[in-house]
Design a protein around this ligand. Structure first.
Ligand code: ZN
Length: 240
């Protein structure tokens, strides 16, 4: 598992130098040398993420589409995604460079927003959008699980990582339009059999790193709805 936090001082003595070869002690965004207590990114870059405005048009459009379809009851994302921005660098490091602790830290930020949101705060479970097992094997981990871990630490809402399975291997969605994305992920998720009788009336938070069209969220949500989930909330780091 990459980017573990090494608790004991003994392991720090031996492992820290190796860790510094893997992850040099410079901010991934502004390249300043990090202080002892900083990890991967400096405090001032971390504080620099643009907050998502309540009247952000993409957010409102996606929320409206969710509500009109009736599968997702509410959505939340604390940040706005800017191309080439610091947040994009952080999410890239989380997804492709094994910096999983960044996922936990982003999750804690989301958790703070959830704690201020009484409706989403009342959820029973936090569930990451799963990766197909081939993609998971290739990457070694699911970045959304780390975000969920941070949310769970902050909100104390339990985490269920193996509730959903991705049964359809889908190519990258970046070049697809909204309609194609929706077709691409239709029927892509299955509820694990041991959960089939346990979700009636429950409230579930679905977590993805960044939401673009919301097609993946909607596909997961419709599988959960089929098995009687009462309310589903879409939660992500940002909208892009
Ligand atoms: Zn920095």
């Amino acid at each position: 598992m990459p980017d573990n936090s090494f608790g004991s001082s003994l392991s720090n003595i031996f492992i820290k130098p190796f860790q510094e070869i893997l992850f040099p002690p410079f901010c991934i965004s502004c390249n300043v040398r990090l202080k002892q207590e900083e990890s991967r990114i400096c405090v001032s870059c971390w504080r620099d993420f643009p907050p998502l405005e309540k009247n952000d048009s993409l957010f409102l459009q996606t929320k409206e589409r969710f509500l009109n379809e009736g599968t997702i009851s509410d959505c939340l994302a604390p940040f706005s995604f800017e191309k080439e921005g610091t947040l994009q660098t952080v999410i890239h490091s989380l997804k492709y460079e094994g910096c999983t602790t960044l996922g936990v830290r982003l999750g804690k930020e989301i958790g703070i927003s959830i704690n201020a949101h009484p409706v989403i705060r009342s959820a029973d479970l936090i569930v990451p959008i799963p990766l197909h097992q081939l993609k998971r094997r290739e990457r070694g981990y699911n970045q959304s699980e780390y975000i969920c871990k941070g949310i769970s630490i902050e909100t104390k809402i339990p985490l269920a990582t193996s509730l959903l399975k991705r049964v359809k291997y889908t190519q990258s969605q970046t070049k697809l339009n909204q309609q194609e994305r929706s077709e691409n992920v239709t029927g892509a998720f299955r509820l694990a059999s041991k959960w089939k009788t346990k979700l009636e009336g429950k409230k579930v938070i679905l977590v993805d790193d960044v939401i673009t069209t919301g097609a993946t969220m909607r596909s997961c949500a419709s599988e959960l709805k089929y098995f009687g989930v009462g309310q589903i909330f879409s939660v992500s780091v940002a909208f892009a």
